[in-house]
Write a protein that binds this ligand. Structure first.
Ligand code: ATP
Ligand code: MG
Length: 233
């Protein structure tokens, strides 16, 4: 079997010190194989964002081991950590985080520009990514000319244009209505069917129900981690 995309062992995260100490993660172990589709659920304060930030190499754990696509990121210095992050992870946020007054295709091209890809190749790959999320016909539209669901699909295209090992999404449907949520989840289903590895955080049971695997966090610990029956729509 190939190496897992994510392999974390006994992650702990402690914030603050003395009386203000918070044990946000109390020993989380988790493996995610290539092609999996995972939802992480839990109530407010259970440690979801803390875990997400560590999985996304945006923060470091207090202790524990963390391999991202076989790379021990807990041992990397800041600059190398940023490089590993850019190369290995595509982020999707609740608030879309698109650049205003900038076309959809230019937004999607941005990570490729940082990676030094030439303009013509950038455009080709950005258009292909927009096509994957069903928005090739909106390439010239600016964010304020797109619906919330369309903006989030542009953000998904931007996250996958670099071909990352992992798509990591923090409440990706948190700002969307039912219809747009469905559109974004359909894109995730298609991307996963094409082999993409997706990990998302959600409060919404109907989002958690759609993934292949559901993990529940309570008070910094995993209390449930199971495969789900496939949804027949
Ligand atoms: N920077 C910080 N300093 C101190 N404590 C923190 C910090 N960030 C988070 N915490 C604490 O760690 C615990 C877990 O927080 P976290 O943000 O991971 O929860 P969450 O599950 O994402 O909650 P929500 O659903 O409200 O976003 C909480 O008790 C929180 O107060
Ligand atoms: Mg949170």
């Amino acid at each position: 079997m190939s190496r897992p995309v994510l392999d974390v062992r006994d992650l702990k995260k402690i914030y603050g010190e003395g009386e203000a100490t918070v044990h946000a993660l109390r020993g989380v172990s988790l493996t995610v194989e290539r092609g999996d589709y995972v939802a992480i659920m839990g109530s407010s304060g259970s440690g979801k964002s803390t875990l997400m930030n560590i999985l996304g190499a945006l923060d470091v754990p207090s202790s524990g081991a963390y391999l991202l696509d076989g790379v021990d990121v807990s041992r990397l210095a800041d600059r190398q950590l940023a490089l590993a992050r850019n190369r290995l992870i595509g982020f999707i946020f609740q608030a879309f985080n698109l650049i205003p007054r900038t076309s959809a295709v230019a937004n999607v091209e941005l990570p490729l520009a940082y990676a030094g890809v030439k303009p013509r190749e950038r455009r080709r790959r950005a258009m292909a990514a927009l096509d994957l999320v069903g928005l090739a016909d909106r390439a010239r539209h600016e964010p304020n000319q797109l619906s919330g669901g369309q903006q989030q699909r542009v953000a998904v295209a931007r996250a996958l244009v670099t071909e990352p090992a992992l798509l990591l999404a923090d409440e990706p449907t948190g700002n969307l209505d039912t219809r747009s949520t469905e559109d974004v989840l359909t894109v995730f289903d298609e991307l996963n069917a094409a082999g993409r590895t997706i990990v998302l955080i959600t409060h919404e049971p109907e989002v958690g129900d759609r993934t292949k695997r559901l993990i529940r966090l309570v008070d910094g610990r995993i209390v449930h981690d199971a495969r789900q029956a496939p949804v027949t729509v």
